[in-house]
Every structure is written in structure tokens, then in C-alpha cells.
Ligand binder design. Structure first.
Ligand SMILES: [Zn+2]
Length: 259
């Protein structure tokens, strides 16, 4: 029996994504990883497979248990996840968007974050990096405002079969963007080098495979794409060694310990 981790109950069956037939032929050839159109929506609460998968990842990795009392920036927040995160009682929960459409959202430009250095414990920015014009700038900003040991979660569609990220010099028209990048408003299609963008900004971490964190969690029962990894990175803690030299403690993040 399918079980929805967002509304916490068994459900009849997952509803498919209604526009799956519009998938770009290039995305089919490259076998890109993103939403799973077969198990798209929960018939009870309306959450999407991306919401469920992320919540399962946050539970399994220990991130969920760190939400209480934390300072969190959630960009373009998914309404179902907002409710779950709010219930976990963060000390400061900023909901941001470049073009806020709901009254409680604050205007936040990921490429120019209006926050102090070392001020946030967690940044969630799912399905955003494929829209921003300068992901290097955005990720540097994320690194700047995260506290040492702070975590960024950035689920992003990508093509693991593509060696290098695909991006034209100029932003193409919407039809070309749909063909090349999978959606009219995407400005690139990340390849297997996506992790390099995070590392270049000074962040640590990697794409964690579904099987590593969620063994036994199947597509049919939990309604999530088993091919979608957990995009989780963190800012290294700086500790001072006995001799006074700065050393990077790569395992300092409690997340790193958890996984
Ligand atoms: Zn549900």
C-alpha cells in the first residue's frame, strides 16, 4: 500500500504527472534525472514526489532533527515542506523568492543574499540553480552566509550521462530552452560535473545516492524517484589545532557524521 510521508498516511495510488508527454526528446535521450512522472502527486494531500523524496532524505540524513532552533533560508519554498519545517520550530525561518508571489515570502536574490556572513544553519534551494544566471555567484553567496558546519540542500534536475554541463553563451528562446534544458525557463542542463560547482564555491559534500540513505524505500511504496540523489553540501568548520594553525575538519558537520 503506498504511504505518503508528507501527510503521514497510506494512500490509494500515486497520480501521474499530466504533462509527461511534453518531455523534450533530448531529455529522453540523455535519460535526465528529476521528477518521476509515474508517481507525481499524492491523491490525499497533493504533495509531489520531489516533496516526499526530500522529506525522506531530511529524515534519514539527520537534517530534520537539526531544524529546531535553527536559522533557515528556504528559497521558493514548497508549500507542503513549509508546513513540516515550520512544525519543527526553527528559530528563524526565512521564506525567500526572487519574485515573491505570496505575502509571507521575502524578496531574496540568491546571487546577492541580504544576510550577514556566517549567519544561517540551513539553506534549502531546490530547483533553482538551473534558473539562475550565475550559479558560481549564487553558490559563493550561499557559502558566505552559511555558518561553519551549515548545510545547503539543492535538489536540481541533471543529466548524469552528460560529462559537462550544457549551457549556451546566451539565453535561448523558450522553445530551444525546452529542447536543450528540458524547460522553457531553464538556462542550463547540469551534467555529472554539477558537484564541481559546489566545490568551486568552497562547499563540501556530494550527491548522495538514494540507496545509500534510503535502502528499501521504493518508488511504488513511497512515491519517489530512486534515481534522484540527495544534493547536500556544507561549509567546513574551522577549528584551531593545538599549534594554533587553522585546520579544516572535514567531518565536522553533524550531517557528515550522520551519513
Ligand atoms: Zn500525501
Amino acid at each position: 500500500m503506498p504511504y505518503c510521508c508528507v501527510c503521514d498516511q497510506t494512500v490509494s495510488a500515486w497520480l501521474p504527472f499530466p504533462h509527461a508527454h511534453n518531455r523534450s526528446p533530448l531529455m529522453q535521450v540523455l535519460d535526465t534525472v528529476g521528477s518521476d512522472p509515474d508517481v507525481f502527486m499524492c491523491p490525499t494531500c497533493g504533495c509531489h514526489d520531489r516533496d516526499r523524496h526530500l522529506w525522506l532524505y531530511m529524515r534519514a540524513s539527520g537534517v530534520k532533527s537539526q531544524l529546531k532552533g535553527a536559522s533557515i533560508l528556504h528559497m521558493a519554498p514548497e508549500p507542503h515542506l513549509e508546513v513540516l519545517i515550520e512544525a519543527a520550530q526553527p528559530a528563524n525561518y526565512i521564506r525567500g523568492d526572487l519574485y515573491p508571489q505570496r505575502p509571507h515570502l521575502q524578496r531574496v536574490d540568491l546571487e546577492d543574499l541580504p544576510f550577514e556572513d556566517n549567519s544561517l544553519d540551513l539553506i534549502i534551494c531546490n530547483h533553482i540553480l538551473e534558473h539562475v544566471h550565475h550559479p558560481d555567484v549564487a553558490l559563493s553567496e550561499i557559502h558566505r552566509v552559511l555558518k561553519p558546519g551549515g548545510i545547503v540542500i539543492a535538489q536540481t534536475p541533471y543529466a548524469p550521462n552528460l560529462k559537462h554541463t550544457l549551457e549556451m553563451k546566451t539565453v535561448p528562446d523558450s522553445q530551444t530552452a525546452h529542447l536543450l534544458y528540458g524547460q522553457a525557463d531553464h538556462v542550463r542542463l547540469f551534467g555529472d560535473d554539477i558537484r564541481d560547482y559546489f566545490h568551486a564555491a568552497g562547499l563540501q559534500g556530494d550527491l548522495l545516492a538514494h540507496q545509500a540513505l534510503l535502502p528499501g524505500v521504493t518508488k511504488t511504496e513511497f512515491g519517489c524517484n530512486e534515481r534522484e540523489p540527495f544534493f547536500v553540501f556544507w561549509k567546513a568548520r574551522q577549528t584551531v589545532a593545538n599549534d594554533g594553525a587553522d585546520v579544516r575538519d572535514e567531518a565536522a558537520s553533524s550531517l557528515a557524521e550522520a551519513v
